[in-house]
Design a binder for this molecule. Sequence first.
Ligand code: HEM
Length: 134
Amino acid sequence: MNLSEFLPSKKTLYDQIGAAKLREIVQIFYPLVKAEPLIAELFPDNLSETMNKQEAFLTGFLGGPPLYHQTYGNPMLRYRHAKFAITPTRAKAWFQCFSDAVQAVELEPSVRQELLEAVARTAAAMVNSPEDKL
Ligand code: HEM
C-alpha cells in the first residue's frame, strides 16, 4: 500500500485558483452585491476595506497564507456577521452574487465546483435570522 493517496494533495485550491484570479473574483463580487437590493444596504458604499478583508480571508480559507489572521486576528465569521440579519433569502442572494463572480473568471470546472461548494457551505452557516425578519 502506498501512503501517498492518504496524504493531503500538495496543491491547495488557492494554488489552483491563483492570487490574481481570486482577487478578480472579489473585485467582481462586491459590485454585484451592491447591485442586489436584498443585501446591498448591509454593505458600506466604499467597498475597498471589505474587499481587502474578503481577499485576505479567502486566501487563507482556500489553503493559502493566513493573511486575514495575520492582520485582523481570528475571523470568527459567525460572530462578525451577528450584527447583520442574515436570512436564508439574503444568504441565497449573497451566494448568487458570489457564484456569478466565480462564473465570470476562467477556472478548471473541478476547481470552480470545489470553490463554490466550500463557500456555499460557509454561506449556509452564516444564516442567523429567520425569514420574517427581512
Ligand atoms: C451568507 C450571506 C452573507 C452576508 C449577507 C454577508 C454580509 C457581510 C457584511 C454586511 C459584512 C460587513 C462588510 C463591511 O462592513 O465591511 C461582511 C463582512 C465579511 N464577510 Fe460576509 N456575508 C455573508 C457571507 C459570508 C461568507 C460565506 C464569507 C466567507 C466565505 C464571508 C466573509 C466575510 C468577511 C471575511 C468579512 C469581513 C469581516 C471583518 O473583518 O469585518 N461572508 N459580510
